[in-house]
Design a protein around this ligand. Structure first.
Ligand SMILES: *Cc1c(COP(=O)(O)O)cnc(C)c1O
Length: 463
């Protein structure tokens, strides 16, 4: 198995190289050169398998000789041992639909499923190469904590996460700053999320600094993150269908950067019986407008009660575009260039039909989201978080759909309170956070200041 770039400018590379590269060096995204095919007999055999075993079956064909099955099994075991549910990602029936609970990880959101795995995978690859990686990222809240939990305590990784001081929710702040491992460095920027992002971008563009300090990112463009997410589509299918390969399922996915739903697309291309992918967005509807019109065009970002989906541009969308363009990298590069120049791109008519045949897209407003939380609570006694509620609402016309639950409702207490009059009881991972010891450095929103802090910390750590 080799990996290629959506823009055609990278010589085929191995799985390990793709993981360490992250973003392709030509500015595109990395993808496998073929999808391993899953036969009906495999699907039947996998039904009833524990999550961890299934994960090895699904992921190993993507790794070639880089990682043995035994090594992968150990990685998977370690990555999911911190989940509070024995099934890792259990499926529950709620009314006419199924809820795939992806929030049993240490930070109570679905990003744990991929980032727990990615952290351990990085560590394994760095052990082999003898290297050290310094992860740098800016967060508006959720991704930061999942990334920190993914690498805490790893010997060959340090992580620096910038968040806007006093502008993330108290729970989100505590989830990050109560992690006291020596390799975790929280920085509160006296500024906004955009300031944090700008500083991170400046530092990545400082090539001498980037090279000297081996800076890397953990954003959703890493192929290993997508791969880890493919697993739970198979898992959900195996639990709901009971191995009946005639049973095609519809999945509803609360979508922001298109990573999660793209994993569903990959599962389908591997042979999972998928009927429809419901692409659910909040008011930030660039993707639903694309599915319904063939035109992909950014507008301003709206702040909503499902903040992890408040995006303007979906970083993984280019991966889907590559397949839509029949793997013609020149066409993808052309479209992305059009996007850069004109702020929009459009795909030709016959392809729009292809998009609409697979995806059902809906943008769900704030009132509808709150209403869905209230209805599901009243009728089924189940509390949805606002992201999951967007997906459940968008799948209304699809009874029997599997709705991906991307966050625990206790993480978004204010919205849940508005919808049903009280907050959801917190899982163990969120209890007692406010009483715990914290560590965090407050810094000016200045690239030079952040750069010296990182240098000083890393020099101290090397002594
Ligand atoms: C990140 C996130 C999403 C969006 O997932 P994408 O892969 O970016 O589409 C949805 N819900 C929650 C809670 C998230 O944290």
């Amino acid at each position: 198995m080799r990996y290629v770039s959506t823009r055609g400018g990278v010589e085929p590379i191995t799985f390990s190289q793709a993981v360490m590269m992250g973003l392709a060096t030509d500015g595109g995204l990395l993808l496998p050169d073929a999808f391993p095919q899953v036969a009906d007999a495999d699907l039947r055999r996998w039904a009833g398998m524990p999550f961890q075993e299934l994960a090895v079956e699904v992921m190993h064909p993507y790794m070639g000789d880089d990682i043995s099955r035994r090594e992968l099994a150990a990685l998977v075991e370690r990555s999911y041992s911190g989940f509070s549910h024995p099934e890792v990602t259990p499926v529950v029936k709620v009314g006419k639909q199924y809820i795939l609970e992806l929030f049993h990880g240490p930070t109570a959101a679905f990003k744990d499923v991929a980032l727990q795995f990615l952290g351990n995978l990085f560590e394994l690859l760095l052990e082999r190469s003898g290297g050290h990686l310094n992860i740098l990222g800016a967060t508006s809240g959720d991704t930061g904590s999942a990334a920190i939990y993914g690498v805490r305590g790893q010997r060959r990784i340090d992580i620096f996460i910038l968040h806007p001081h006093n502008r993330v929710s108290p729970i989100q702040e505590r989830q990050m700053t109560t992690v006291l491992d020596d390799n975790v460095h929280n920085i509160a920027i006296e500024g906004t999320f955009d300031d944090g992002q700008r500083i991170v971008k400046d530092l990545f563009n400082d090539l001498a600094f980037k090279r000297e300090y081996s800076l890397g990112a953990v954003n959703s463009i890493n192929w290993a993150r997508i791969l880890a997410q493919v697993v739970y589509y198979f898992y959900a299918w195996s639990r709901v269908s009971d191995g009946d390969t005639g049973r095609r399922l519809t999945f509803s996915v609360p979508t922001g950067n298109f990573g999660d739903i793209f994993a569903g697309y990959v599962a389908m291309r591997m042979g999972l019986p998928v009927e429809r992918l419901v692409l659910a967005t909040n008011r930030n509807d660039i993707l639903s407008r694309f599915v319904n019109s063939g035109i992909y065009q950014a507008r301003e970002v709206h702040h909503t009660i499902s903040p992890s989906m408040d995006i303007q541009i979906s970083s993984n969308f280019e991966r889907y575009l590559y397949y839509l363009m029949d793997r013609n990298a020149d066409k993808v590069a052309g479209l992305m260039e059009q996007m850069r120049r004109e702020g929009r791109l459009s795909v030709p008519e016959p392809l729009r039909g292809q998009v609409a045949a697979l995806f059902h897209a809906e943008a769900v407003g704030e009132e509808e989201t709150l209403e869905q939380i209230a209805t599901t609570w009243r009728e089924e006694g189940y509390i949805l978080d606002p992201h999951t509620a967007v997906g459940v609402r968008a799948a209304k016309a699809f009874p029997g759909a599997v709705c991906l639950a991307t966050a625990h409702p206790a993480k978004f207490g204010a919205a849940v309170q508005r919808a049903i009059g009280s907050e959801a009881p917190p899982p163990a991972s969120l209890q007692g956070l406010m009483e715990k010891e914290t560590r965090c450095q407050i810094l000016a929103a200045d690239t030079g200041v952040v750069k010296s802090f990182i240098q000083r910390k890393l020099n101290e750590r090397n002594e």
